[in-house]
Design a protein. Sequence first.
Length: 181
Amino acid sequence: MAFGDAFQKRMEELAKRQPTIPKRLAEIAEGATLRAVEEAERLTPPNTYADGEINGTHTITGEMAQHWRADSQMIAKRDGTSFATTLENRAQKEGDDDGPDNDKGYASYVNDGHKVDKHFVPGLYVDENGVLTYDPAADVGLVVGTKTKRVKGLHMKEAAIEKYKEVAEIELQKLAKETFQ
């Protein structure tokens, strides 16, 4: 077989594989987004420290962790030659009336950290077991922000984005091998 014939045959083989590439790219984006959501959920309070203590005052319901899956767009949308998914968490405080379009709910404060000004919180108290508790109906309260001036962020979103990149890179390398071998 002459070089020209071999080249032509190889081009025909690649052309046959080409129609499957967009579907595989969408699958890669979706799979990587799913892994990113799982990583964000894993890192979002409530989670447990090694000593068994629960991390995440006012987040022990797990609602914020559940918002990663509910608010993220894990089905890839195609726009020309691009595929897009979204990692998002719009968890809001109860009673927050900014509406469902508010993507700056308390999840951003847990992720990025925040400043704590000294202020009184009605209904916040330390119960008989030494656990910080919030009951809006309780006739008590605490002044907070006296010792802690800043709450460190947990950076769940950044870790999830790194997980997305890691998974996507591995899968794209597999796709390249499948396509060009």
